[in-house]
Structures are given as C-alpha cells and as structure tokens.
Design a protein around this ligand. Structure first.
Ligand code: GLC
Length: 541
C-alpha cells in the first residue's frame, strides 16, 4: 500500500454489499469469491478503499447485521481464508479495506446469547445483555415502551429452562438481534479483541453500525417519561464516547492509518461532531446531506452546516448519496419530493421520472466529489441504478418489511444484485450454469446498465464516475481543503477549490451561463450552446 498522510480525509470509498455484488459459487447470493473475481471493477473505477458490509457468520435475520460469530465468515459468503486473501489482493491493487463492525447487538444464535438463555435470570451471562422481568401481574408486558426500528416493541419474552414464560430481552432491531449491555466489562473486552482480530488481518478500518446506540440509560426509562428536549435514553448517551476513545487507542497502536467511520443518524450537528474529536472516530456519515433532496437551498445549508460542525474538531466531512438502507437516489431525485426520511412508506410507489432522477443523480455525483472531504459510492451508484419498487412480496427478505406487516416497504429495493454483463438476468451476477437465479430479481431494463454495456460509452454514468474519480485524484485542490462559494444566481450552487478549480450545479429549470473559465474539465450532461442546462453540473478551471 502506498502510505499517504491521513488518507481518509479525501478518500473515495466504495461500499460493497456482499450478497448483491457478485456470486462466485452460483447459489444466487453474492460472496467473497465473487468480490475477488470482480475486484478490478472498484480499482478501475478509481476508488481508494472498499467498505464491505457484514460478511460474518449469521442466521441472516437482518441480512448479516445479526452476527453469530464476529471472527469468522458465513459459509454463504465463503471462508476466513478467502476473506484474508481478499484483503491481500485488494491491498495489492492499492485498495484499502474497511469492514463493518456491529457492536450494538449480535444474533440470537451468538454463543453468548445462547449461554445467557441457558444460564437463567440473574446470571453473569444474562448481564451481557439487557434482560428484565416484564411488567403486569404475570410479567406479560414489555419492561418499557421502547419500539423496535423494525416494528413492534423492542422487547421479546423468552421461555425459561423450566418451560415457563420468563424474562424479556431488549432488541432495538429484529428479535434476532439482542442488544449488548455496554456497561458490562465482558462486552467491552470482547469487542476490543474483535477489533484486534481484524486489525491483525490487515484491515484499514471499521464502519461502526449504529454507532450512537451502544450505551443506554441504565434505568431504561419509558420514552413517555423523559422530556422531549432532554437526552434520549436510547441513543447518543454521553457514555458512548469512552468506548470510542479506547477503540481509537487500539487503532492508533497499529502501523499504517487504520480508521473508523461511524453510522450516526444524528440531526444535532454539535452532538454529531463530538464523535469526531481527535481522540475518537475519524469520520462519521453525513446523513443530512443524503436527506436534503435535490434542492439548492437545502443542500447549500447542509454543506455549510457540515463544514462548520467539522471545523472545530478538525475532522474531515463525508458525503454520501445512497447506501444499503436508503432508497437509491436516482429514484429519490426523480420524485416531486426528493428528500429522504425513515418514513419510506410515504413516498414508496409515488411517481418517479427516472430520466430526471438520472440527470440529477449525475449532477449530484459531481457535486459530492468536488466537496472537501471523503466521498462514498454505494455499489450501483456508478451504474445509475434505481430503486426496484416492484419486488414481489413473497421474495422480500428485509425484516423492516416483515416486522411492520409490509407498512414499511423495506430496503430490498436498493439491494438488488448488480448487473455486470449480458442481455438478461442474472446479467453476469452469477456464473454460467448457476442453479438458481439471483436472490432478488433484476429488472430486464438493467441490460443497458451493466458494467459491460456502459464501459467505453462516454455518455454512460459509469464513465462519468470513472472520469470524475480520476480527475478528483489528479486535482490537488480536491479531497481535503478549502471551499469558497461563488455567487452564481438563484438555484445555482457554485464554488471554487484551491488550484483554480470550480464546480457549478444548476438546480433551476432553465439553462444558465457558466462562470468565467478557460477549461471545461467535465460535465454531467451535454451543454446547451455553452450554457449549463437544468439539473446539470460542470467542473471548470
Ligand atoms: C444499520 C445498518 C442496517 C441494519 C441496522 C441494524 O442501520 O446499516 O442495515 O439493519 O443497523 O444492524
């Protein structure tokens, strides 16, 4: 690996969702063999690092975010030695590797949780989780009013060894994802050891799942009993920062620059920035940007807020348009309301103009890549893929769909297997002769969106990404560094970066003049007699 100072400050990082990237063994589900066979794709795209969503042993109650063994790979995805080989091969291609760490909860099949069930109430095994007696005369009511993110209460009642209904355990997500008790020293030690396990295998960092959720108010008070403007008992508790300080010491004790990126859905920017203090996490996902929609005013406000929040702690911002939990932005940006919230059901299935969504997505890609900081690309962003909103219900796997009896459409629509080549499914996702089709059906229209179909087509989204990432790399003023806004008129965002680089994005309905320049480096769509059309971005010098 080439060593660069603080590489994450200006990195481009590609998110691989293993079950949907590439299937090496023909069972219809992506795997490590598939990633290894297709590693040239992120390399040729020009990213600096990969973030690999969970590949650990898991009963897949939440697509691998329910981990039964943090030190091994699920047989569905391959073996530990294949994962080690992947890390080596990626490094040989100058790609760093970030793995997902899921410290808030494990699987109900994790050995610690099984031991906790067997050991019974009051045992040290149960103290590693949040077990409580129920309320009501016979303990038949959940211990408090916390809801699960996937519908229903965040508590599940267990059957004790003597066959009677017993205690309840906390699960902020699916019942198959019991929350760890982070006040328990065993839990802290265990995760420090798991971090070392992967650092010893050469990983360059960790993406921390629901990073602000780990510590709970030990009294587990009813939400109805806490003041709305007071601290939440469920997330962003002050005690969580100690954990990250100790994790940072571990990462810093390894050679090279090993980094953390926190999944932090926090709207309070000051609270968000606390996670990025110099002795805590290096970076955190900047979700308000993703949520802003394609809107000049809202995006400008989020960019300003982001830069202002990061500056005092000296941290690098991140820019992300989509991930495996959110509606793909080609679809979001094709809607009259292009914002995003966790009320996915509100917009799901409402009209989408994919042509408009695509133009906006291409413009937004150039915007994010020109901003100061680190940029994330979710697999398929670079192919211009859209959300698949017509997956037959019986094929949907997401617990967010099943836990809410379908009220939440779930996240499978952004997890459809990638199209690589060919005119019909599986589009090279699975090898020839595969016994089953991809785990989710791919739209026939993706034949024009395969990697092969787009390669060499200068108008394709894939070539736009390749060119943009190459320019971004070569341009000294991009990545980290300063941004200066230009006044470019209403509904137009324009800014300069060091070295005479300018980015202009036209959010308005009409074409606008470009600011003065002597070179057009790249545009997200054709210009209109030298003017920048609606929903188009340009990079200038
Ligand atoms: C994070 C993951 C999501 C998962 C949840 C529970 O939000 O990104 O996919 O369902 O955590 O682990």
């Amino acid at each position: 690996m080439t060593e660069t100072q603080q590489w994450w400050r200006g990195a481009a990082i590609y998110q691989i969702y293993p079950r949907s990237f590439a299937d090496g063994d023909g069972d219809g589900v992506g795997d490590v063999a598939g990633i290894r066979a297709r590693l040239t794709h992120p390399r040729d795209l020009g990213v600096d690092a990969l973030w690999i969503s969970p590949w650990y042993v898991s009963p897949m109650a939440d697509a691998g975010y329910d981990v039964a063994d943090f030190r091994d790979i699920d047989p569905l995805f391959g073996t530990l030695s294949e994962a080690e080989a992947l890390i080596r091969e990626a490094h040989a291609m100058d790609l760093r590797v970030i793995v997902d760490m899921v410290p808030n909860h494990c699987s109900d099949q994790h050995s610690w949780f099984r031991a906790a069930l067997a050991a019974g109430p009051g045992s040290p095994e149960r103290a590693r989780f949040h077990f409580r007696p129920g309320r009501g005369d016979g303990g038949e009511l959940p211990p408090n009013d916390w809801p699960s993110h996937f519908g229903g209460p965040a508590w599940h009642r267990v059957m004790e060894a003597d066959g009677t209904a017993g205690e309840w355990y906390l699960h902020l997500f699916a019942p198959g994802q019991p929350d760890f008790n982070w006040d328990n020293p065993d839990v802290r030690e265990e995760f420090e050891s798991v971090l070392r396990f992967w650092l010893d295998r050469g990983v360059d960092g960790f993406r921390i799942d629901v990073a602000d959720n780990l510590v709970k108010d030990p009294a587990l008070p009813d939400l109805a009993s806490v003041p709305e403007d007071g601290p939440s008992p469920v997330h962003d508790q002050d005690g969580v920062h100690d954990i990250y300080r100790s994790w940072r010491r571990i990462a810093d004790s390894y050679p090279g620059e090993r980094i953390f990126v926190g999944e932090l859905w926090l709207s309070d920017r000051e609270r968000f920035a606390r996670y990025l203090r110099p002795d805590e996490l290096h970076t955190g996902f900047n979700f308000p940007f993703l949520q802003a929609g394609f809107d000049a005013g809202r995006m400008r406000a989020v960019i300003d807020d982001t830069l202002a929040a990061h500056a005092p702690v000296g941290a690098a911002p991140t820019w992300v348009l989509s991930n495996h939990d959110t509606t793909r932005h080609v679809t979001r940006y094709g809607r009259a309301d292009s914002s995003y919230g966790f009320d996915r059901r509100r917009l799901h299935g409402t009209p989408v103009d994919l042509e408009l969504g695509t133009r906006r997505a291409r413009a937004a890609a150039l915007l994010t890549m020109a901003l100061p900081g680190c940029v994330y690309v979710y697999q398929g962003d670079e192919l211009g893929l859209w959300e698949v909103e017509d997956i037959p219900e019986h094929l949907i796997q997401d617990p967010a769909f099943h836990g809410t009896a379908g009220a939440d459409p779930g996240r499978d629509g952004c997890r459809v297997p990638l199209p690589w080549e060919g005119d019909g499914a599986p589009f090279g996702f699975s090898p020839d002769g595969a016994t089953t089709g991809p785990w989710l059906p791919q739209p026939p229209a993706w034949k024009d969106h395969t990697v092969a179909a787009q390669t060499g087509d200068p108008d394709s989204t894939l070539e736009l990404y390749r060119t943009a990432l190459r320019l971004r790399h070569a341009e000294a003023g991009l990545g980290g560094g300063e941004l200066t806004w230009l006044d470019a008129g209403e509904d137009v965002l324009a800014f300069t970066r060091p070295g005479g680089f300018t980015c202009v994005v036209n959010f308005s309905e009409r074409a606008v003049d470009l600011p003065e320049h002597h070179e057009l480096l790249l545009a997200s769509g054709p210009l209109d007699h030298g003017r920048l059309p609606s929903a188009t971005a340009a990079w200038l010098r």
